[in-house]
Design a binder for this molecule. Structure first.
Ligand code: MTE
Length: 342
């Protein structure tokens, strides 16, 4: 997602063998190459391609070492989206972007297992009449929890379908009563380099200046689809997915869905956000999923849906405007030039 290297800027990211081959077959091939002793070739691929858009396809592997304790949650089931084929839980919790725990897809599941989420404090403050601070227990008890089965589209052109559990951000914001100066909502991830090794190791953490910050316009934050997630697959979130609480904005690229949030602040001006600061021409503030606006280094017209795979799985699919949620969200952008406000 992040780092430009000579090799990836020269190659054609539209044609990768990982994109025309099912992931499981592809990974078997990689394993075969390694087993045959072509470690040089493997390392070369790793050192160049792991810095490109689809890095995940090269380093993703199921990780069975989850020892973080998750707890079952009580929630209302999502009956409206049962037709979506969910990404298997094991993939959801082992193929992650959480640069605080490493920029490779398998690293968060490996390096976040001892992450301490209780006690936790989430402060909601800024331009509002009733600022509040929530403790760990409040996160799962303050509002009735509901399941939302959403598509997640990463800017790197892979996607998943994930059954989240959480509550509408709108409910939380109504509690603090935004005042008339509140125009944007800023979210900040915990900054704790002792627990998050990527935060003071620039190589591990992908060169980001932490804490990770993301933001939404107030109307986007109040949209009924915008979810504060405290769980997935019926249980509290594993650390690699953003425990104990994260944002999920299903019509935007995944990088807007900030993890392990400690602060939500209402502000009057559009703030600078992590990826925008890093590469504004590549990652815009809005980041609405848009198949007609390519990333400078790769196409956004299609995506690789991460499924259970299988030898004949055909999981490259067309990307939909607003990730298929246009009916619920397109009205918020009706007067905007989306190629300018990408
Ligand atoms: N939040 C923080 N704090 N740090 C991150 O590196 N990565 C983002 C987003 N939230 C990220 C983050 C990106 S790029 C994506 S695609 C999603 O988390 C991935 O969520 P998942 O790992 O639960 O699938």
């Amino acid at each position: 997602m992040l780092i430009k290297t000579q090799s990836n800027s020269q190659s054609n990211p539209a044609i990768r063998s990982s994109e025309i081959t099912d992931e499981s077959v592809y990974l078997q091939r990689r394993q075969l190459i390694k087993t045959m002793g072509f470690l040089g070739a493997g390392a070369l691929i790793g050192s160049t391609v792991s810095k490109t858009a689809n890095a995940g396809f090269f380093d993703s592997k199921d990780n069975d070492s989850n020892n973080f304790k998750t707890t079952p949650l009580k929630f209302t089931a999502d009956k409206d989206n049962l037709s979506l084929i969910k990404t298997p839980e094991q993939k959801v919790i082992s193929h992650n972007n959480f640069y605080e725990f490493g920029a490779q897809k398998h690293q968060p599941a490996e390096l976040a297992q001892n992450f301490n989420v209780d006690p936790w404090q989430l402060t909601i403050s800024g331009e509002c009449d009733n600022p509040i601070t929530l403790d760990y227990d409040d996160l799962t008890t303050m509002f009735p929890l509901e399941e939302r089965i959403y598509r997640l589209r990463c800017v790197e052109a892979w996607s998943m379908v994930i059954p989240w559990v959480g509550f509408s951000l709108a409910n939380l914001l109504k509690k603090v009563a935004p005042n008339s100066s509140a125009k944007y909502v800023v979210f900040e991830t915990l900054h704790d380099p002792k627990q998050m090794p990527g935060q003071d190791d620039r190589r591990l953490g992908g060169g980001i200046n932490y804490p990770y910050v993301e933001a939404l316009r107030l109307d986007e934050a109040m949209n009924p689809l915008t979810l504060m997630s405290v769980g997935l697959y019926g249980k509290t979130l594993p650390p690699q997915n953003g425990a104990p609480i994260r944002l999920v904005v299903p019509w935007k690229y995944g990088f807007k869905s900030v993890k392990s949030i400690v602060s939500i602040k209402l502000v009057s001006k559009q703030p600078a956000t992590t990826w925008q600061k890093l590469a504004a021409s590549e990652y815009g503030f809005y980041a609405n999923v848009n198949p007609n606006h390519d990333h400078p280094r790769w196409s956004q017209a299609s995506e690789r849906r991460i499924t259970s795979g299988g030898l004949f799985a055909r999981n490259r699919i067309e990307t939909l405007p607003f990730n298929g949620y246009g009916e619920q969200v397109a009205h918020m952008y009706k007067d905007m030039d989306l190629s300018k406000y990408y």
